[in-house]
Design a binder for this molecule. Structure first.
Ligand code: SF4
Length: 368
């Protein structure tokens, strides 16, 4: 009961003590950005115009993925498909292969569908408004706002986790996420500079990534430190407030690694759903109530003796953790592939669209 009262008294004292500044937050932010901006492969250099294709490609890759992980993928994609037309004309299989390892594979499918749509419906030019961009596959509110601001200088502020953190600290937003999202988006939009919306958005992204980090923010170096409510209170590390996480139940299943000489048995997952269209070894269904005693009933219909490998392969998806028991078998040279499956040379696995989970399963199965 005393805490809200204490917070009110603390806030009013802080307001009286804070130094005044006549420079606006958007200006301070841009001044800092001009001196400290990160050099990123997809980012235009000062004075250069942004390329919508690069901005879009990077924003799709950066969804749920770090800048460090995206860098090499971005370079490889750009070298192979330098514009939206070449990407739209590429076979989806090739795009999935190039994406393998980056995770969240529906993004690769949407990337390709989006390139096709931009070519077919927009003459090869990305729409230049948030609404137009949102009508394209794989472009949600955040990505539309980011592309609109960075590539087309629209007054849009994309709000990702970094920006939520900075803004919730600046204003000491007590409401927990995700409920606080609309309020944080409103506050974030006040940081847009009229003439340089894209730079404002990128400045805030950079500030969140390099200074206002989740733990131990470097407040002494922050251009907004004179005016940051959480910093003045001294509890900046505790923002943003978050509602307790609900994680899905752990799922279990079995995976089957079948080797025929230098080949391994693979199949392609259905287009829709988790890891849609990606390559995998055959598996059982994955379920919280999976019964290990029935595992072999779902094994590939090949007459063979199965051996189970010790231990399990764990993987964490965003909405559930997974444990897979791995069974291995070796079959004679002339064994055919069951319906819907195919033999692939083990040496060619790097070129297959295998998600990380399956790479772990195969490594475990082959004892690598
Ligand atoms: S002063 Fe500190 S907590 Fe506040 S925005 Fe800057 S880095 Fe973040």
């Amino acid at each position: 009961m005393l805490l809200p009262y204490f917070r009110r008294v603390q806030s009013s004292l802080i307001k009286k003590l804070r130094p005044d500044t006549s420079t606006s937050r958007p200006t301070l932010l841009l001044d800092w950005y001009d001196g400290h901006r990160r050099v990123l492969p997809w980012r235009a250099l000062p004075g250069e115009a942004s390329d919508p294709y690069r901005v879009w490609l990077s924003e799709i890759m950066l969804q749920q993925t770090t800048v460090k992980a995206v860098g090499p993928y971005f370079e490889r994609f750009l070298a192979r498909w330098p514009d939206v037309g070449s990407l739209g004309r590429a076979p989806l299989e090739d795009v999935l292969r190039m994406w393998a390892g980056l995770g969240y594979y529906s993004r690769a499918r949407n990337l390709h569908a989006c390139a096709v749509m931009v070519m077919r419906d927009h003459g090869g030019a990305f729409p230049d408004t948030e609404a137009g961009l949102r009508a394209l596959p794989g472009i949600g509110p955040y990505t539309a706002a980011a592309i609109a601001a960075i590539a087309f200088a629209r007054q849009s502020m994309p709000v990702d986790g970094n920006i939520e953190r900075v803004v919730s600290r600046l204003h000491a937003v007590e409401e927990p996420l995700p409920k606080a999202k609309p309020r944080i988006a409103e506050l974030a939009a006040t940081l847009l500079a009229d003439a340089r919306a894209g730079d404002s958005a990128q400045a805030l992204m950079d500030l969140g990534a390099t200074i206002c980090t989740p733990r131990k923010p470097a407040c002494a170096l922050c251009p907004l430190n004179h005016d940051c409510a959480a910093r003045w209170r001294g509890d900046q590390d505790t923002f943003p407030r978050k509602a307790p996480k609900k994680t899905g139940a752990r799922r279990r299943g079995a995976a089957f690694v079948v080797v025929r000489g230098a080949d391994i048995l693979l199949r392609t997952r259905p287009d829709k759903g988790l890891l849609g269209g990606m390559t995998e070894v055959p598996t059982t269904a994955w379920a919280a109530d999976w019964d290990a005693t029935t595992a072999l009933a779902d094994a590939p219909p090949i007459k063979v003796t199965w051996r189970s490998r010790a231990g399990v392969v764990n993987h964490i998806f965003t909405h559930f953790p997974l444990d897979l028991v791995v069974y291995v078998a070796t079959v004679p040279a002339k064994t055919g592939a069951p319906d819907g499956m195919r033999w692939v040379r083990i040496a060619d696995l790097p070129t297959e669209a295998l998600p990380n989970l399956m790479r772990k399963v195969i490594a475990h199965g082959l004892g690598q």
